[in-house]
Design a protein around this ligand. Structure first.
Ligand SMILES: Nc1nc2c(ncn2[C@@H]2O[C@H](COP(=O)(O)OP(=O)(O)OP(=O)(O)O)[C@@H](O)[C@H]2O)c(=O)[nH]1
Length: 351
C-alpha cells in the first residue's frame, strides 16, 4: 500500500492560476492568424482566448480532483489520519468548491462564446471577452481560500507515513526510554523506517519481520502511548483512535530496572490506562532490561500482572534475550486470526 495522496498535484493559488491561464491565452492569440473579415477575425481570436482560459483552468482543477482520492474510499486508518492532519470536512468542502468552479467556468465559456458569435461589432466582441475574463477571475477568487487550503493540505498529505495496511500490525507501548525502539530493531532486524508524523515530534518507527512465510509489521509511536491519557491533547487522542484501526496486538514494555527514569509504580499506572483504553486488543507484556534489573522489582511487576491474568515475558532487547519467545507469542496470537481470514476468503472464492 502506498500513500494514497502521493499523486496529488501541486496546487496553484488563485492568482497563479489566473495568471497562467491569461498568459497562455495571450500566447495562443498572438500565434493565431485568422482569416476572413474584421468581424470574423475578432470573433475567432476572442473565442480562442476564451477557450484557452477555460481549458487551462479546468485542466488544472480537474487534475486536483482526479488525483486526490475520495475521502470515503480510504481505509479507516487513513480517514482518521486525514482528520488529524487536515480536517476531513474542510478537505471535502475544498474539493467540492473546485468541482463547482470547473462547472461554472464551463458554463461561462459556452455562454460567452455564443454571445461573441452573435455579435457583429469587434469592440463589443473584445468587451465581451474582457467581461468573461473578469467573471472567470472572480470565480477563481471565490475559491481562493479553498485552493490555499488544498495547497497546504497537499504538502502535509504527501508526506503521510507509509504504513502497510495489509499487514498485521503490532503496536509497541510503554514509557519513554523503556527500550521500545531497541526492541523494534531487534524484532524486525531492520533499521526502522522513520516516517514523519505531525502528532509526534520524533516520527514513527516502522519495521517488518517475516516468520513462517508471513509478514508482520511493528510500529512504535513515540509520544503517543507513553504518557497518561490526561496529558494527551485532542490530536493525540485521535491519533490513538487511528492506531486502533491499524493494530492487531499491543506489546507493552516495562522497565523494571527503572533506568528509564520512571518508577515501577508509575509504569504500572500507565499500563492500567493503556490496558483499559485498548481493552479489545490482545496484549503481550514484556519486562525489558532483565540483564540489569533487580529481581525484586521484576517480581513485583510480575505479581501485579498475574493478578490481572497476564503472564509477562522477561526479555532484554539489547542483549537479544527472550526475543524468539516473544515472536512465537506474537505469531500464536496473530496467525490463527490471519488464517481464519484467509480461510473465509478462500471459501468465498471457492463458492
Ligand atoms: N541494559 C539494557 N539496556 C537497554 C535494553 N533495552 C534498551 N536499553 C537501553 O535503554 C535506553 C532506551 O532505549 P530506547 O530503545 O531508546 O527506548 P525507547 O522506549 O524507544 O525510548 P523513546 O524513543 O524515548 O520512547 C537505551 O540507552 C538502550 O540502549 C536492555 O535490554 N538492557
Amino acid at each position: 500500500m502506498r500513500n494514497p495522496f502521493e499523486k496529488m498535484p501541486t496546487i496553484l493559488l488563485a492568482d497563479e492560476l489566473i495568471d497562467k491561464a491569461f498568459r497562455r491565452a495571450e500566447k495562443a492569440a498572438s500565434a493565431f492568424n485568422p482569416r476572413g473579415s474584421v468581424v470574423s477575425k475578432a470573433r475567432q481570436r476572442e473565442e480562442l482566448r476564451i477557450r484557452t482560459v477555460s481549458n487551462v483552468i479546468r485542466d488544472n482543477l480537474r487534475k486536483i480532483l482526479d488525483r486526490t482520492p475520495g475521502v470515503s474510499t480510504l481505509p479507516p486508518f487513513y480517514q482518521e489520519l486525514l482528520d488529524i492532519l487536515v480536517d476531513r470536512r474542510m478537505f471535502h468542502k475544498a474539493l467540492a468548491s473546485v468541482n463547482w468552479a470547473i462547472k461554472t467556468i464551463r458554463t461561462l465559456e459556452e455562454r460567452y462564446v455564443e454571445k461573441i458569435r452573435y455579435s457583429r461589432d469587434p469592440k463589443e466582441i473584445a468587451r465581451l471577452r474582457r467581461e468573461f475574463y473578469g467573471r472567470v477571475a472572480s470565480v477563481i477568487k471565490d475559491i481562493a481560500d479553498n485552493l490555499e487550503y488544498l495547497n497546504k493540505a497537499r504538502d502535509v498529505l504527501k508526506d503521510m507515513p507509509v504504513i502497510d495496511l495489509d499487514l498485521p500490525t503490532i503496536v509497541i507501548a510503554g514509557h519513554p526510554n523503556v527500550g521500545k525502539s531497541t526492541l523494534l530493531r531487534k524484532l524486525t532486524n531492520a533499521k526502522p523506517e522513520v516516517a514523519s508524523y505531525p502528532f509526534t515530534t520524533k516520527g514513527i518507527n516502522v519495521g517488518q519481520f517475516e516468520e513462517h512465510w508471513m509478514k508482520y509489521q511493528v510500529i512504535d509511536t513515540p509520544g503517543l502511548l507513553d504518557r497518561p491519557l490526561s496529558e494527551r491533547n485532542e490530536i493525540e487522542k485521535q491519533a490513538i483512535l487511528a492506531l486502533k484501526h491499524l493494530g492487531k496486538l499491543i506489546i507493552y514494555i516495562f522497565d523494571p530496572s527503572e533506568y528509564c527514569g520512571f518508577p515501577i509504580e508509575e509504569q504500572m499506572h500507565l499500563f492500567e490506562e493503556i490496558y483499559e483504553e485498548f481493552g479489545e486488543f490482545p496484549f503481550i507484556v514484556v519486562l525489558n532490561k532483565i540483564d540489569i534489573a533487580d529481581e525484586e522489582k521484576i517480581k513485583k511487576i510480575e505479581e501485579f500482572l498475574r493478578s490481572k491474568g497476564i503472564e509477562p515475558l522477561r526479555i532484554s532487547a539489547e542483549k537479544g534475550i527472550g526475543i524468539e519467545e516473544l515472536k512465537e507469542r506474537v505469531i500464536k496470537i496473530i496467525k490463527p486470526e490471519m488464517e481464519a481470514i484467509a480461510h473465509s476468503m478462500g471459501r468465498i472464492e471457492g463458492e
